[in-house]
Write a protein that binds this ligand. Sequence first.
Ligand SMILES: [Zn+2]
Ligand SMILES: [Zn+2]
Length: 416
Amino acid sequence: MTLTITVHRGTETIGGSCIEIASQNGERLILDAGRPLDAPREATGLLPGTLDLNRPATVVFSHGHMDHWGLIHELPGDWPIWAGEKAAEMMRLSTELFGGSITRPIETWHSRSRPFPVRGFTITPYLTDHSAPDAYMLLIEGSGRRILYSGDFRAHGRKAKLVETMIASPPERIDVLLMEGTNLGTDKPVITESELEDAFVALALETPRHVFVQWSAQNIDRTVTLFRAAKRSGRELVVDLYGADVLRRITGGTRLPTPGPDFHELKVVITPGGKRLYGRQGRDDYVAEMATSPFATSRARLANNRAIIMLRDSMVRDFERGGIGFTPDDAYAFSNWSGYLDPEDTNSGWTRAQAAGAKTLKLHTSGHASPADLARFAAAIAPKALVPVHGIAWDNPQIPLPPVRRLADGEPWDLP
Ligand SMILES: [Zn+2]
Ligand SMILES: [Zn+2]
């Protein structure tokens, strides 16, 4: 009895991951069913052609980034789906944002590192450090084999300790490590979230007026970094209705910042664009609740205040009309993957800030492990074989690695 691993997508790409682990009894586990990052918004029929949809399977999502779960609507309706509790909430939130909904049930695990059975397999989720909250590595046991899937991870975020603990006392006897390699082949700087926090404090102290920041509201690590930087520099952190929605739905039961009496320095700006976004979702009650809360603020109030303010490109017009457009006394920090920044786009916050004479800069750190940390992690796990996924430089990784089993997309491999 053995297991068969098939990486349906991900041996040559970043994003759109889909991995199958099958037993000889015909039981199948699908790890992630991600949307390719370059797929057009309206595109459908994106599941890998080698994934057999006619036989039963159970699906487990490692975390709430679209490139790992975005094809949920294409999966057969009778396949059970599992995810972390907050990750599942983030999937619903992202879907609702575009006017859709996830109607099928998502089964969730509530506790970390506790094994649970699914048909033919035992799964142990390990909470890990990534730019998405509630991201997991998954230990899969079945037919006497032990497979560790790294999901997406890093070792320089606010939860780096989770990865260091795993390196210090790794799960034993791993047959196969399925590991991401997003940052292989790059030498982009990987600073810690704490170092980033210091940089934001320095920026806030030297900026005469507002510090506008573009970051992903779902990157809770970054929100914490900015909240701490705001407090340290005597400013408020201002998020929009969407940013507040994410915090309220994801941080429940934790000590993370969320709009409310415990976090005085966190404010929510109510804008026409934000109202429209939630009006379309039939959530006017949410808007009303926020707008009448003590932590609500307005563009007019912000005009005479020095804050750190969340700013997406879609909000720029509202801010200009409301009297808080860019001035030479402001700073605009782009705190996202630089591939999302289009310097040619004349409507972007970046070009408008530059045109107004505001200071523009990139302040970011990757959501993925550096090549050195990938090598360190793989060495600690010491699998019999490492199967590369979620990377584009695996043919020339330039780091020491355990024995590599390089698969092609859709190529089944029977474990020895
Ligand atoms: Zn990913
Ligand atoms: Zn991710």
